[in-house]
Design a protein around this ligand. Structure first.
Ligand SMILES: NC(=O)c1ccc[n+]([C@@H]2O[C@H](COP(=O)([O-])OP(=O)(O)OC[C@H]3O[C@@H](n4cnc5c(N)ncnc54)[C@H](O)[C@@H]3O)[C@@H](O)[C@H]2O)c1
Length: 294
């Protein structure tokens, strides 16, 4: 049996992460104040557009300096420069948001890079870079804005992890490690912040088409190419993922699996571990056969 043959119902699993004994989701109100990191491209940009279409106010944050605001960003969004590696820039972002909006309703920690590599080829520098952006970038965002959200007594933290944070394919251990950590941070904060009226969600999509492949470094060109193909040849694009994420946020979901591949793989790992293991093993063997002993 292959993963694609699994006869698992999809609709029920979409609501897996809703808990009836927790507070109901806030109504899908409009005019929310939303900060999205990595919002100039891909999923961040698609989410920015989707929030704006709902009537929300959006602050896009990304690497370009404020005076060279990327043209991709919708005119009705605000923009600020925020490298998620910089504590100072996080503090400046909080000050700016406090000044222009007097608070924040939704923090979307979305900025991230891709990385592929066999374990012996990933360098110390590779690990430090992806940890600094994909993991510590999320932690810094939470540390910076959680006090504001707690003081307000309401708000939502949305962290973009990945299906790779839940299921861990071969040749991408640094990426799966930091994304698993983002899932873990999100769950801890879910229990920690619920008493303060602050909700948490974590987005775990499978591969979808964005500019993410351009951030792949080449310490292991074969693994980078493997990961790049998974992104550039994916069936869904960022707008489709963002549309599903918005519905899941409306429903107050914690674990957001926005596409059928993500739902199927995650369920297979938990419910059909042998099928899951065979799929991962086949992937590892295929990669090993293609690259030989190098
Ligand atoms: N595309 C996929 O297949 C996929 C799958 C699962 C999860 N994700 C995750 O989705 C998120 C968004 O990625 P995407 O696919 O839209 O890629 P993308 O490359 O299109 O967008 C990423 C954005 O993050 C920004 N960024 C990178 N480093 C930054 C930093 N240090 N500080 C601030 N901004 C920075 C980039 O400039 C870019 O605008 C990432 O966290 C990624 O890991 C992507």
């Amino acid at each position: 049996m292959r993963l694609s043959d699994l006869p698992l119902p999809d609709a029920a699993a979409r609501r897996l992460s809703r808990l009836p004994f927790m507070a109901p989701p806030s109504p899908a109100d409009t005019n929310r104040r939303v900060l999205i990191t990595g919002g100039a491209s891909g999923l961040g940009l698609a989410l920015a557009t989707a929030f704006l279409e709902r009537g929300d106010r959006v602050m896009v944050a990304d690497l370009a300096p404020a005076e060279s605001r990327p043209e991709s960003i919708p005119a009705d969004a605000r923009y600020l420069r925020l490298d998620v590696r910089s504590e100072d820039e996080w503090a400046a972002a909080r000050d700016e948001i406090d000044e222009v909006w007097g608070g924040l309703d939704v923090l979307v920690n979305n900025a991230g890079i891709a990385q592929g590599g066999r374990i012996e080829m990933l360098t110390e520098e590779d690990w430090r870079l992806i940890t600094d952006i994909n993991l510590l970038g999320v932690a810094r965002g939470c540390r910076t804005f959680v006090p504001m959200l707690k003081k307000q007594g309401r708000g939502r933290v949305v962290n973009t992890a990945s299906l790779a944070g839940l299921v861990h394919p071969p040749t991408m251990s640094s990426y799966t490690a930091v994304k698993a950590a983002v899932v873990a941070i999100s769950e801890s904060l879910r229990w920690e912040l619920e008493p303060f009226g602050v909700d948490v969600s974590v987005i775990c999509p499978s591969f979808f088409r964005t500019n993410l492949a351009s951030s792949l470094n080449s310490s292991d060109p074969a693994a980078a190419e493997f990961a790049s193909k998974l992104i550039t040849r994916a069936k869904l694009d960022a707008d489709q993922i963002a549309a599903e994420v918005m519905l899941a946020l409306d429903a107050g979901e914690f674990l957001i699996l926005p596409d059928p591949d993500a739902r199927k793989n995650y369920r297979a790992k938990r419910l059909l571990p042998a099928v899951y293991a065979k799929t991962m093993l086949d992937m590892g063997r295929k990669f090993a056969a293609a690259t030989g002993k190098n």
